[in-house]
Each structure stands twice: as structure tokens, then as C-alpha cells.
Design a protein around this ligand. Structure first.
Ligand SMILES: [Zn+2]
Length: 255
């Protein structure tokens, strides 16, 4: 009996150590996320714990968001709006990078916003399905965060808002409908990539991703697609790490 207990304890220990190791490898070596980072066009990074969302000003006094953070109360985003002398009603649109809960958690705090989601992730944001990544799959669908009225956007589409154009790139892999948005020279990547402390590219960690090899293929395709207009991409902005200047990080997979 004692031997069985020891074996069970050892097995649990191995699983725990393995899990901690995988989590650590996902977060160690990441370039820090500077809260309040100023981005082109008056956009600004808003940290919400371990993730970031972004506020982008429109020309009519309203704003758009990239993602809504993890906090269902959207405390950090509401504080940033207040800093701009705005409130939740000023949010006209949300560009969702993907349907994981730490990116749509606060969206219900902005009921007047049009929500845009990449083709393939509509079932995640409407709360009817779980993502296929190992950890998101265990967490299951997120009906309490459901955004059933989200507009599905496709590769090549441009979303036009007052004083702001957002080009959509669908880059499946982290999730089926992961999207990047190019706005005023800032390429918002969500979780599809991170930047290391050495300014090299890190694909999305497999533990959280539907298909890491598809994620890498999507990043390579996006880099090639944007290469002819390299000068238009000023900064690449992941959700869980700091940003990288210019397009070149998309072909720098060393880190
Ligand atoms: Zn994610």
C-alpha cells in the first residue's frame, strides 16, 4: 500500500513539475509589457494582469479597443477611458484578436460597441465551443462571456471607423480564427506571437494553442505578405509581451 502511495505521489510530482516547467517556458524570457506604452495614432497599451488590451482613439471623440482583457469588470480599461475623460459608452468597436477568455473577459462592459472577430473564432466568442488548445480545451466553452452579436471578419477585409482603418489578417494556429489588425502602422498580434528579451519572435506556446505548426506557418505567411510594404509596419504588438519595432521580427524565429 505504501509503495502504491509513493508511486502515486511520484507521478503527481512529475506532472506538477512538468506543468510548472511548461508554464515557465511560456513566460520566461518574454520582453516585458510596458503598461501605458504609447503606440502610433494615439493608441495606448493597457495592462490587465498578464495580458494587455489597447485603446485606439477615433476622430469623433470615441475609441476602439483591441481586445477587452481578462477582467470581467474591465477595471483597467475603464480607468484608461476615465483618464481620457471618457466612459464605457465611448467604446464604438472592439477588434478581438481571438476568442480566449483573457481577451474577451471585459467585453460585456461595453455593450454599445460593435465587436469584430476573425472567421473561425465565432464559436469561441458566442460561448458555444471550447478552443482546441490543451489548456483552453480543459477550461471548456465560456458561455458567461458570450458575445453572440459579434461581426465575423475575413482575411483582407478593412474595417472603417471614423478616422481609423483596420486591416484584417486571419492567422490561424493559436486559435482557428486568430486575427491580426494593422492600424496606423501598429500590427496587433494578440497571442499569435510574442517577443523575447532579445527581440526575437516566439510563436504562441503549444499549451494554449490549437496548432502550433499552423501558427508558425501563419506567421511566415504574414511576414511574406507584408514584406512588399515593409515601411508601413512601424511596430508589432503582442498581447502578452513587449512590442518589436518594424516587420523584421516576423522572420526572426531565433528566440
Ligand atoms: Zn490566447
Amino acid at each position: 500500500m505504501k509503495r502504491v502511495l509513493l508511486a502515486v505521489a511520484a507521478a503527481v510530482g512529475v506532472v506538477v513539475i512538468g506543468f510548472v516547467g511548461v508554464m515557465a517556458s511560456a513566460f520566461m524570457g518574454n520582453k516585458p509589457m510596458p503598461d501605458g506604452e504609447e503606440l502610433p495614432g494615439g493608441a495606448r497599451r493597457v495592462n490587465d494582469g498578464y495580458t494587455s488590451a489597447y485603446v485606439l482613439p477615433l476622430s469623433n471623440g470615441k475609441v476602439a479597443l483591441v481586445d477587452c482583457g481578462n477582467d470581467v469588470e474591465a477595471t483597467a480599461l475603464l480607468a484608461e477611458l476615465k483618464r481620457r475623460n471618457l466612459d464605457a459608452s465611448a467604446v464604438a468597436a472592439v477588434f478581438v484578436t481571438h476568442g480566449h477568455p483573457d481577451h474577451i473577459g471585459g467585453c460585456k462592459k461595453f455593450p454599445g460597441a460593435q465587436v469584430f472577430v476573425g472567421e473561425g473564432d465565432q464559436h469561441l466568442v458566442d460561448g458555444t465551443a471550447a478552443a482546441n488548445g490543451p489548456l483552453p480545451h480543459v477550461m471548456g466553452p465560456q458561455p458567461k462571456l458570450a458575445l453572440p452579436d459579434a461581426h465575423v471578419v475575413k482575411e483582407g477585409q478593412t474595417i472603417e471607423l471614423p478616422g481609423l482603418s483596420a486591416r484584417v489578417f486571419v492567422i490561424p494556429g493559436h486559435t482557428a480564427g486568430s486575427a491580426a489588425y494593422l492600424v496606423n502602422g501598429a500590427l496587433f498580434m494578440g497571442d499569435s506571437m510574442g517577443v523575447s528579451t532579445k527581440d526575437t519572435l516566439r510563436p504562441a506556446p503549444w499549451l494554449f494553442s490549437d496548432d502550433q505548426s499552423q501558427n508558425v506557418a501563419s506567421l511566415k505567411r504574414l511576414g511574406a505578405l507584408l514584406k512588399p510594404e515593409e515601411g508601413t509596419v512601424k511596430v508589432i504588438v503582442p498581447a502578452h509581451t513587449g512590442s518589436a519595432t518594424g516587420l523584421s521580427v516576423l522572420s526572426n524565429f531565433a528566440g
